[in-house]
Design a protein around this ligand. Structure first.
Ligand SMILES: Nc1nc2c(c(=O)[nH]1)N[C@H]1C(S)=C(S)[C@@H](COP(=O)(O)O)O[C@H]1N2
Ligand SMILES: [Mo]
Length: 550
């Protein structure tokens, strides 16, 4: 897609939008005011007594048990920061594919609380893809516009490694007395943190005991990062899965995908803020001493830690620099490696049997985003002009009775209605009522052969780069209660934009698999000889995965 820039991030307060760039001067002014206030406070005898009583660090009696930082913690700290580079960059890339955040699953334009894109234009057929923006190549991963397929392999694949690293860290932390360094065990952590805040802000810094114990503010910041932000990143990440959200309906009713997405972004902001402050303080509170402790694990101010740090940073910078060029040169490698890392997990998320009835009429979204490339072939135009009277849905392949069904014949089959939520891979969602024919009914009609493992849905429309849009679904999903061919949306015949005359709904999967303007359905043993052989148009052209329940 051609490059397209966004706008500086802004947030909505009521009806007004505020440019977040104002936070820079505003934050600086607030910081100056806080420094002035802290300096004033420190001249007060009561505050001086408070600081004397709570100097900042709780030096426990058993502190000798957990002196210093063991090698496993230092290595896991390094792996963590190395992996974080890819996680943060690819996460930002994913966000740029729909640069708007909402608190409601409806994603109504103008109701977002945060955006770094212009307001949604009034064009009725404006698509989410048109709405996506580019990032600088070395900020986003891989930076170019609508590269979410590749960004997701990075994000989810590296996340798995990051979670494993975190798991090992948790286990070793609690298997040793080291947990006492990160978990506050006394309420004095709060007055100590307040005292440290005053001391930092008054620019007369507290005495550091980093080899033995962290100060109150540090302890709280580390605790929040390790035990709140990191797990929240995982939970909110999973909260964006259509399969899991529909399975855990009671949770997703209250906290929808958009709550999950917004919180996931706030966790991202916390991580960024933490990194900035953490690194600034590492540099300004005794660089050599700090680097010795976290690098070679020594107490002292030799240059050894500095050189270890330079080595680590070299690895980080090389990883940072090669990630985008490598991804753009070898996208198939990224796609395959990603699938190797998390393909099994995605497959496992598909093992849920979804039930209808999660949403009611009142939950239907007032605005439902459009997406994809609209059909423009003469074949489609002629069908559309004739009110689809000449339309025949062909169902064939490995089946006992291939059929060609007119819309009338489809409407004469037992009708199925479901009110469900659509999850676009780009991040927007919406609830709609779909009426049509269950794929189970179609299966009863055509009787698939046991050799059929996949069902391919072909569109009358082309994909973004030309060629038939299609997508393959596992045959087991065809018996699922929420897999259907819809001819009505919200009690009206499907509109042109939403897929007239027929579209697929398979609520286990993301939006791109819901083929619109369906022409034919084919039961096949495998999809390797269809298109480029990756299981769908987006898999062939945009490096998505063929199982996308997350
Ligand atoms: N034929 C076809 N079907 C398609 C697409 C497309 O480009 N072509 N886009 C997909 C994507 S990415 C999404 S999110 C949904 C959007 O459906 P909607 O426009 O009804 O919201 O359709 C899917 N089906
Ligand atoms: Mo999508």
């Amino acid at each position: 897609m051609p490059t397209a820039g966004g706008v500086t991030p802004r947030i909505r307060l009521g009806r007004r939008w505020f440019n977040l760039l104002w936070l820079l001067p505003l934050g600086f002014a607030i910081l100056l005011a806080c420094v002035a206030a802290a300096k004033g406070l420190r001249n007060m005898p009561s505050v001086q007594r408070f600081i004397a009583a709570y100097p900042g660090t709780d030096l426990r009696a058993d502190r000798g048990d957990y002196l210093g930082i063991p090698a496993w913690a230092r290595w896991s700290h390094f792996f963590n920061l190395f992996l974080m580079v890819f996680i943060l960059r690819s996460g930002l890339q994913i966000l740029s594919d729909h640069p708007r955040l909402y608190w409601s699953r409806h994603c109504t334009p103008g109701r977002e609380w945060f955006r770094f894109q212009k307001p949604v234009p009034a064009e009725p057929l404006w698509t989410a893809k048109q709405d996506s923006i580019s990032l600088p190549r070395h900020v986003g991963l891989p930076g170019i516009r609508h590269s979410i397929g590749l960004a997701r392999w990075w994000h989810l694949g590296v996340n798995l490694l990051w979670l494993l690293n975190g798991l090992v860290f948790y286990v070793l932390l609690f298997a040793t007395p080291q947990w006492k360094r990160l978990v506050p065990t006394s309420w004095t952590v709060f007055p100590n943190a307040a005292s440290v805040a005053i001391q930092y802000l008054s620019l007369d810094w507290p005495k550091e005991h980093g080899w033995v114990a962290y100060n109150g503010l540090q302890l709280l910041a580390y605790f929040v990062t390790v035990f709140i932000a990191a797990p929240l990143a995982l939970v909110t990440g999973l909260g964006m899965s259509p399969a899991l959200s529909t399975r855990f309906r009671r949770i997703s009713r209250v906290a929808s995908i958009q709550t999950a997405r917004s919180l996931h972004f706030l966790v991202f902001c916390w991580f960024l803020l933490f990194i900035v402050i953490h690194v600034s303080l590492v540099f300004s509170t005794g660089l050599l001493t700090n680097l010795n402790r976290i690098g070679p694990g020594r107490d002292g101010n030799s240059w050894l830690g500095f050189w270890v740090f330079i080595g680590w940073m070299g690895v980080v910078i090389v990883g940072w620099a090669v990630a985008t060029p490598f991804t753009l040169r070898h996208p198939r490698v990224v796609q395959r490696a990603g699938r190797m890392l998390i393909g099994g997990l995605l497959r496992w998320f598909e093992h849920v049997d979804l039930r209808p009835g999660e949403y009611g009429e009142k939950d239907i979204s007032p605005y439902f985003w459009h997406n994809g490339r609209y059909p423009d072939s003469t074949e489609y135009r002629i069908l559309q002009a004739g009110g689809f009277a000449g339309y025949r849905l062909r169902v064939g392949g490995l089946v006992a009775h291939p059929v060609g069904l007119s819309l009338e014949e489809l409407r004469a089959l037992p009708a199925h209605t479901q009110i469900t939520q659509h999850f676009c891979i780009q991040g927007w969602s919406g609830v709609a009522k779909w009426t049509g024919v269950s794929m189970a009914t179609i299966c009863d009609l055509v009787e698939p052969d046991p050799r059929a493992k996949w069902v391919v849905f072909y569109s009358l429309g082309e994909g973004a780069d030309g060629g038939t849009y299609y997508d393959a679904h596992p045959v087991e999903h065809m018996r699922g209660r929420l897999t259907m061919l819809a001819y009505d949306m919200n009690d009206r015949p499907l509109s042109f934009g939403h897929g007239a005359p027929l579209r697929l709904r398979n609520e286990l999967e993301l939006g791109f698999k819901q083929v619109k303007w369906i022409k034919a359905v084919e039961f096949v043993a495998d999809f390797s000889d269809i298109g480029s052989g990756y299981g769908g148009y987006n898999q062939d052209h945009e490096f998505f995965g063929y199982r996308q329940p997350l």
